[in-house]
Design a protein around this ligand. Structure first.
Ligand code: NCD
Length: 328
């Protein structure tokens, strides 16, 4: 197999930061450059020979303090397709004394000279802390309820490719467990930067305090929240993050907030359905809606994930050699 080097879509540097810790703080041009480069990799990933060379000789460590299937696999594939050596480390959260052990683990790995660390951790802010201590680039693969930047980027790419234009002016309804969702937070930042209107639709118990300050329209009723929406993003009830009871019962939650064809009627007739996965069928979404081949983008989101992560890895590795690259 030959390792190919794909052209960058622009002569500009792909990214101006050393780390990718969140969407907050990025500008529209930063996001658009990453999405343009991701487009190149979507096409390349559909070919037989998927191997490239921009990360040849580089080491990528996936350091996951929380369980993950799709995100970890996606980063692993992305690193391998770019020619990097990839190591996966899963650290059971239960055995971790937070703070000290996190930094100890990071420093141990740092001593092995990785080029990129991809980190997921149950505590908001843990990945930022770690990024301050290591010499390599760090990608946040999800920290607590804070941010999950590559998920928001892959969501944006999925929408852009399906619609054939940017996100400007779209009405995006993010529905479900927003209080515990880093996916929601990263998407709210991204949608605002890209000029989309965001609605948060959830029972009051699942709306985080202060959300209105993020420029989001809040609805507690699906009929109002979904009215004329272009994009509907459903979120999982993240019971593992809940301390106490947030919904009366799963049955009641599905009746009021589960996305089915009946509730979908008020959205735009061609409204598209998204979900970051893992999905709880019959809890936040009806199976037939999730599997609707015309309107559900859930499979595409997974495909876009690999391409976006390839673009992000390449961007960070190329920013490492740029003396001007800033810490995010
Ligand atoms: C999300 C996460 O881990 O934040 N999943 C993902 O990355 N695909 C959302 C979730 O766990 O519900």
């Amino acid at each position: 197999m030959t390792a190919q080097t794909l052209p960058q879509t622009s002569p500009e540097p792909l990214f101006r930061f050393r780390h990718l810790l969140g969407i907050e703080g990025l500008q529209r041009a930063d996001i658009e450059r990453l999405l343009d480069q991701s487009d190149v990799y979507v096409d390349a990933n559909r070919q037989g020979d998927k191997k490239h060379s921009s990360l040849r000789g580089r080491t990528l460590i996936n350091l996951f303090f929380e369980n993950s299937t799709r995100t970890r696999t996606s980063f692993e594939l992305a690193g391998k397709r770019l020619g990097a050596d990839v190591i996966n480390m899963s650290v059971a959260t239960s055995s971790i004394k937070k703070g000290e052990t996190l930094i100890d683990t990071a420093m141990t790995l740092n001593a092995m000279h990785p080029d990129v660390l991809v980190v997921r951790h149950a505590d908001s802010g843990a990945v930022h802390l770690l990024a301050e201590k290591v010499n390599c680039s760090v990608i946040n693969a999800g920290d607590g309820t804070h941010e999950h930047p590559t998920q928001a980027l892959l969501d944006a790419l999925t929408i852009r490719r399906r619609l054939g234009h940017g996100l400007e002016g779209l009405t995006v309804a993010i529905c479900g467990d927003i209080a515990h969702s880093r996916v929601a937070r990263s998407n709210i930042h991204l949608m605002a930067i890209m000029g989309a209107r965001v609605r948060a639709v959830a029972p009051p118990t699942l709306i985080p305090v202060g959300l209105e300050r993020m420029g989001v329209e809040i609805h507690h009723d699906m009929e109002r929240g979904l009215a004329d929406a272009d994009i509907i993003m459903m979120l999982r009830l993240q019971t593992e993050r809940m301390k106490g009871s947030f919904v009366p019962s799963i049955r009641e939650y599905y009746r009021l907030y589960g996305l089915d064809y009946e509730k979908l009627k008020v959205a735009k007739p061609d409204a598209l359905i998204m979900h970051p996965g893992p999905m709880n069928r019959g809890v936040e979404i009806a199976s037939e809606v999730a599997d609707d081949i015309d309107r559900s983008l859930i499979r595409e989101q997974v495909e876009m994930g690999v391409a976006v992560r390839m673009a992000c890895l390449e961007a960070l590795v190329s920013s490492q050699v740029a003396p001007w690259a800033k810490n995010q």
